[in-house]
Design a protein around this ligand. Structure first.
Ligand code: NAD
Length: 356
């Protein structure tokens, strides 16, 4: 039987609760689908700071590099917010993405028909939304130098090289060529030099993809258009900070940030994680929605392990749980037949998946 090595990083806050449910679902289908998953747990974020004094221990990087894929929860929390920036959980995650060279973050946003009323937007605006944010993940203002604080000023630098833009643009065009063949590149070229380079370089890359249409949109307009008419988008190509913000916004099209998965790819080992954070406000209460993480596990099967049938089982099981009326608290007010806890939702999806 095929055996895959999975590095599990639960992290902080709701991280452990949601990753455990994703593992439950994976375990419910793996053996019947003809493969075994060999999990090894590693520390990151606040959990690592408490034990090792640093947010990203070397062992975690080594373990991840040695694995076939990383399944990740979330990191961060108030307890560590007063530490110097380099020692905070978030710095560990940024370094981790850089170390694994996962420069490309894929964030699919689709609206489950069953939750059409869960969004704050009108159903006719969001029914049928199916877009993919392709976000650059290891460059831009989150990594640029110089950065720091001097006297009464603080500064960061938004920097991109042509090579960095080219490789993420290629990912966007490749993804679009397997979808509805439209790329909308988001920038702020009317104000930022780095955005003008972004736009010029994306235009160059587009020449290699004559079947894919390219448009450009300023980020402020994109934020507005996402709410006005989200169905116009197929693939949205963005730099690091713009994608971070726009994909949180886009998550609300689906009704809850607890529903959306992501894949961070580009290096040898990919990272699969929900788009949300560690949600300290609900940690330990058993109310977190595990679907984003379970769907991330599905993306892991599809993109890193090439277990397409098993990935489809997870996607179908999530839909069935929702269409049967099972809801966690964040989506509870919408056509709920039964409001369930984090672990009940995991068990329901695992049970459905095992029968597919
Ligand atoms: P957050 O995404 O953790 O939470 C935002 C809101 O969404 C909260 O009200 C939370 O309860 C809710 N929410 C998030 N996930 C949910 C889920 N699965 N089910 C139900 N509700 C959910 O963002 P935040 O509050 O801005 O940040 C909290 C901490 O997480 C901070 O320390 C931040 O730095 C960190 N963070 C980590 C990541 C990551 O690990 N990738 C990403 C974003 C933020």
């Amino acid at each position: 039987m095929k055996k895959y090595k999975i590095a599990l990083i639960k992290g902080d806050g709701i991280g452990a609760e949601i990753v455990e449910e994703a593992v439950k679902v994976l375990d419910s289908i793996s053996v019947n689908s003809g493969f075994e998953l060999d999990y090894k747990e590693y520390l990151m974020g606040g959990a690592a700071i408490d034990v090792e004094g640093v947010p990203l221990p070397d062992e975690t990087i080594k373990g991840a590099m040695d694995a076939d894929a990383v399944l990740f929860g979330a990191i961060g929390g108030e307890k560590w917010d007063s530490l110097p920036r380099e020692l905070r959980p978030e710095s560990g995650l940024l370094k981790f993405r850089k170390a694994l060279n996962v420069y490309s973050n894929l964030r699919p946003v689709s609206v489950y028909d069953e939750l059409i009323n869960a969004s704050t937007l009108k159903s006719e605006i969001i029914r049928g939304v199916d877009l993919m944010v392709v976000r650059e993940l290891t460059g831009g203002i989150y990594f640029g130098e110089p950065r720091g604080r001097e006297g009464d000023k603080a500064f960061n630098t938004m920097v991109y090289s042509i090579d960095e833009i080219k490789r993420i643009a290629k990912v966007a065009f490749e993804v679009a060529s397997k979808r509805r063949k439209k790329v909308c590149s988001v920038d702020k070229a009317n104000v930022l030099d780095v955005s003008q380079l972004w736009r010029d370089t994306v235009e160059e890359v587009a020449k290699d993809y004559p079947d894919v249409s390219l448009s450009h949109m300023y980020v402020d307009n994109a934020a507005m258009q996402l709410i006005r008419d989200p169905k116009q988008f197929d693939v949205m190509l963005t730099g690091n900070i713009f994608g971070d913000i726009l994909s949180d916004e886009a998550s609300m099209l689906s009704g809850s940030i607890g529903l959306l998965p992501s894949a961070s790819i580009g290096g040898n080992t990919a990272i699969y994680e929900p788009i949300h954070g560690s949600a300290p406000d609900i940690a330990g209460q058993g109310v977190a929605n595990p679907i984003a993480t379970i769907a991330s596990a599905g993306m892991m099967l599809r993109y890193s392990l090439n277990e397409i049938e098993a990935a489809t089982k997870i996607e179908e099981a999530i839909k069935k749980a929702l269409s049967d009326g099972y809801r966690t608290q964040d989506i509870a007010s919408f056509d709920a037949k039964e409001v369930c806890s984090t672990s009940e939702m995991g068990s329901i999806i695992a049970n459905f998946a095992s029968k597919l």
